[in-house]
Design a binder for this molecule. Structure first.
Ligand code: HSE
Length: 310
């Protein structure tokens, strides 16, 4: 049986504009790594947090990776314990699913140490316990794509159904992370509880159009549906220059542009030949608003979390 495993989990773009809390996709360029060792001492301990970590809690019950592995450990009633080393590659409070990635990498590594590894749907629920620590709410739109890979729709919370949706291969995702922090709790707290009937109809049509466009390789349908009429208008003012960044992306040929998860990262989908121009326009627009940024161009392929060293 293995005693020491490291897993990698990619960053994710949650919501993908029109699928608030139910849709997300992976970003191959960046991710978190978690090394898990089996120990004789009962329970879960975090022994190191490295990388671009900032001040993350080392108490397992307050740490997304620690809490996720605790949930697995408690549920299985395991003897012995796990020691975790977390290596953060995803900036904190960036809207790129960093808390989900740490939780997912941790449970994927811990799972590889079990005598009888569990199926991914079980791991999803443990990782969700970690996500609750970070964001205060149960949502799977970062965790499910992070674990399964690609563009992923999740239906349900307690007994989730997970569907990997094909993405036209000519598309790329441009991701621009302005150097500022925006907490998920804060970005959720400002959202109105109610939705008008008209917005409900538009959002439903857009989600259906977007997904059918993905299945049928219909880029015009994706472009016309790529419009969040409910969440983005409420959050836009939290990100300086968002309207200019979006305008820049669309003028440079993007199919759509919106807030990645709870922000402040902004993402755009574009055909491969326009991706560089879209990236340049978005970075320049943030610059005009006094924000420097990191940027990536990523495929949206089905590579989820995986063991990288055992
Ligand atoms: N769907 C969530 C939100 C993602 O937008 O609040 C946050 O990680």
């Amino acid at each position: 049986m293995l005693t020491d495993v490291t897993a990698y989990a990619p960053a994710t773009v949650a919501n993908v504009a029109i699928g608030f809390d139910i849709l997300g996709h992976t970003v191959e360029a960046i991710g978190d790594r978690v090394r898990v060792r089996r120990t004789g001492e009962r329970g879960v301990r975090i022994v190191a947090i490295d990388g671009i970590a900032g001040a993350l809690p080392v108490e397992p019950e307050r740490n997304t990776a620690g809490r996720a592995v605790q949930a697995l450990h408690e549920d299985l009633g395991l003897d012995g314990g796990f020691e975790l080393e977390i290596d953060k590659g995803i900036p904190l409070a960036s809207g790129l699913g960093g808390s989900a990635a740490s939780a997912v990498a941790a449970v994927v590594a811990a799972n590889a140490l079990l005598a009888e590894p569990l199926p991914p749907l079980r791991l999803l629920l443990y990782a969700m316990q970690g996500e609750i620590v970070a964001s205060g709410s149960a949502h799977l739109d970062n965790i499910a794509p992070c674990l399964f890979g690609g563009l992923v729709l999740t239906v349900g919370i307690d007994h989730p159904r997970v569907k990997q949706i094909p993405v036209p291969p000519s598309l790329r995702c441009v991701i621009v992370h302005p150097h500022m922090h925006l907490g998920t709790r804060e970005a959720r707290a400002i959202l109105k509880a109610d939705v008008s009937r008209s917005d409900f109809v538009w959002q439903t049509a857009n989600l259906a159009g977007f997904i059918s466009g993905c299945y049928s390789n219909d880029l015009e349908m994706i472009r016309d549906s790529f419009n969040d009429v409910i969440i983005e208008p409420q959050r836009a003012s939290l990100i300086p220059g968002f309207a200019d960044v979006k305008r820049g992306a669309m003028s440079a040929g993007a199919l759509g542009c919106s807030i990645s998860g709870a922000g402040p990262t902004v993402f755009a989908w574009s055909e491969i030949q326009n991706a560089e121009a879209v990236r340049g326009a978005m970075v320049a627009a943030f610059g005009r608003h006094g924000l420097s940024a990191d940027d990536w161009i990523s495929t949206i392929e089905n590579y989820g979390a995986r063991v990288v060293r055992a």
